[in-house]
Design a protein around this ligand. Structure first.
Ligand SMILES: [Zn+2]
Ligand SMILES: [Zn+2]
Length: 137
């Protein structure tokens, strides 16, 4: 794959970034850790070769959490609004971009639901629930 330009920001717009990187995988992760950190059904991450994150603003607003034990696990987020932001993993062999933080469309498809065995029943029913264009329908 060739390099793609990614640009994103947090919800409160304090932090913004740009990355040029070669994507390897785009996946939804259903593991318990990703559910906890997003407060949602799954994470949506683009994993790339190691690449530099250019922080356009708000680098001093970023907080990093590395889980002390168990599965290698990192969460980088805006101190003000809590939105997930890109990070390099502890071993430094990959960059993770939370797809929900992107402000630009990317021509990539999600190809894997990983840790599906850990998905709760409500994820399965949620994915087949009625689609509403707005709040209710
Ligand atoms: Zn923010
Ligand atoms: Zn996960």
């Amino acid at each position: 794959m060739k390099k793609i330009r990614f640009a994103g920001s947090c919800l409160c717009k304090a932090v913004a970034y740009e990355i040029e990187a070669t994507p390897k995988y785009f996946y939804f992760c259903h593991c318990e850790q990703c559910r906890k950190l997003t407060g949602s059904a799954h994470a949506a991450n683009i994993l790339t070769e190691p690449a530099t994150v250019r922080w356009c603003r708000g680098e001093d607003q970023i907080k990093r959490y590395d889980a002390p034990a168990g599965r290698q696990f990192t969460h980088v987020f805006c101190r003000e609004c809590g939105s997930g932001l890109p990070f390099e993993n502890v071993s430094g062999n990959a960059l993770f971009i939370p797809a929900g933080s992107l402000d630009t469309d990317v021509d990539l498809e999600v190809t894997r639901n990983i840790f599906w065995a850990e998905a709760p029943n409500w994820t399965r029913s949620g994915l087949s629930a009625k689609n509403c264009p707005g709040f209710h329908g």
